[in-house]
Design a protein around this ligand. Sequence first.
Ligand code: HEM
Length: 495
Amino acid sequence: MERQLWLLWAALAVPLLYCLTNLRRRLGTGRRPLPGPTPLPLIGNLIDLRRGNLHHTLARLARTHGPVMYLRLGLTDAVVVSSRDAASEAFMRHDRRLAGRAIPDIARALGFSERAINWLPSSDPHWKTLRGVLATHIFSSRALAAARGVRERKVRDLEVYVGRAVYGAMLNLMSSIVFSVDVVADMDMDAAAGSTQGIRELLNDLVSSAAKPNVSDLFPFLRPFDLQGWRRWTAKKLEKFYRFLDDMIDRRLTEDSDSSSRDKHGDFLDVLIQLMSAGKLARGDITSLLFEVFASGTDALVVTVEWTMAELLRNPRVMAKVRAEIQGTLGSKEAIEESDVACLRYLMAVMKEAMRLHPVAPLMLPHMAMEDGVEIQGHAVPKGHTVIFNTWAIMRDPAAWERPNEFIPERFMDRPEMVFKGKEPEFSPFGSGLRLCPAQPMAERVVPLGLASLLHAFEWRLPNGLLPDEFDLSERFNHTNVPAVPLKAVPFAIT
Ligand code: HEM
């Protein structure tokens, strides 16, 4: 009986809610109504999004409906921003109001979203504390300078592993900065997580689960039931990862209590434990912060290196030019340092152009309007609407770039103002404003260092005699934007 009542309630509530919210969208604000494809009852515009990569589909719809476009996704409302000018207005005038997050249900597993920088609203004091911890203790100039040796050593490993090892090297880089351990080797030998599954698969599963369509996100009233089981599934995977991290934390706490001298590793975990002892962080914060560093960081660094290498292999002219710059500047130097890379201007332009064309997070993370009063290009965006910045489309906006779909690194040589801070929305691969990626200062050093190491040590060719023109550079959106065909390239050692 209870079930029947529930179904009856749902049957009545859904169309009612649909009419009310549609009415609010159309009439509520007195401003220009938001344009967009006509939503169907119940499912809204899901049918418009069913094919292809989401960022491509959204860009195509925006060409018809405009750069500020409304979509109804199940029972939720979203606004998609797709042009440089609209993004500029959104960030310049409404950054704080738009710095909320639309939280996917899987992020609620084990209460993660209540502790995560990614998901806490920017008005939450805990978000400020956690970002402050990262900003001061990992990504400040001082902390970055202190960890420079670690990054240079780890990136050098690329020269030994090559190929799939970009991932191993970047994962070890993150884990060395965080807790002075190479997790890739550790996980293979040692079942630290109490599991036979590798850390990479676990991270991949967790990160890609965010891209899975979930009825709990489309029909929030169904959230308590977790009908597809994605939240439970995520909780299990997250538990495994947390066990691995907790084990690392416990080992460190035991070491600390056995030894008279604290702070002997000088890594991020030392800092976090100190903050916990001072009552500034809870034990659970440490685990989830470490998880965020791995989950947000590793893939993004790897995929950026991968895309840049892919564009270089596709464009032999640029490859020759960037290698000439590297060889000319570094010669036969064996161990490349960050300071060497800082003066490789063309390499930096190559990296920027690859990030412009293939942002790792083409839709950033979903923002949310936290207050009424947001107006973009004359369209009101009401409180509670998800705001999706299609940074992929924004960075290819023909109003901002000539030949926007072509790989032309030279365009960045004459635009020194185009740095990674997202001040110019036409180049914002790390986001913009309050929610700008906190790791941007580190990524800006690590990625070119990794690229320089790969390009200095080896000459790269496509496998099986493939010609550059035949090389498939299509994208696949799987939470992050990865090459549809994983990059395979053959390194030749330079003699
Ligand atoms: C090339 C590498 C990277 C790129 C391109 C990148 C890009 C981004 C983007 C686009 C966002 C979302 C901004 C928004 O929604 O407005 C973001 C957020 C974030 N990134 Fe990165 N990221 C990179 C590396 C890293 C690394 C190494 C870490 C490690 C700690 C990291 C941690 C985070 C966190 C915690 C957030 C959430 C910030 C917030 O919501 O307040 N990222 N990143």
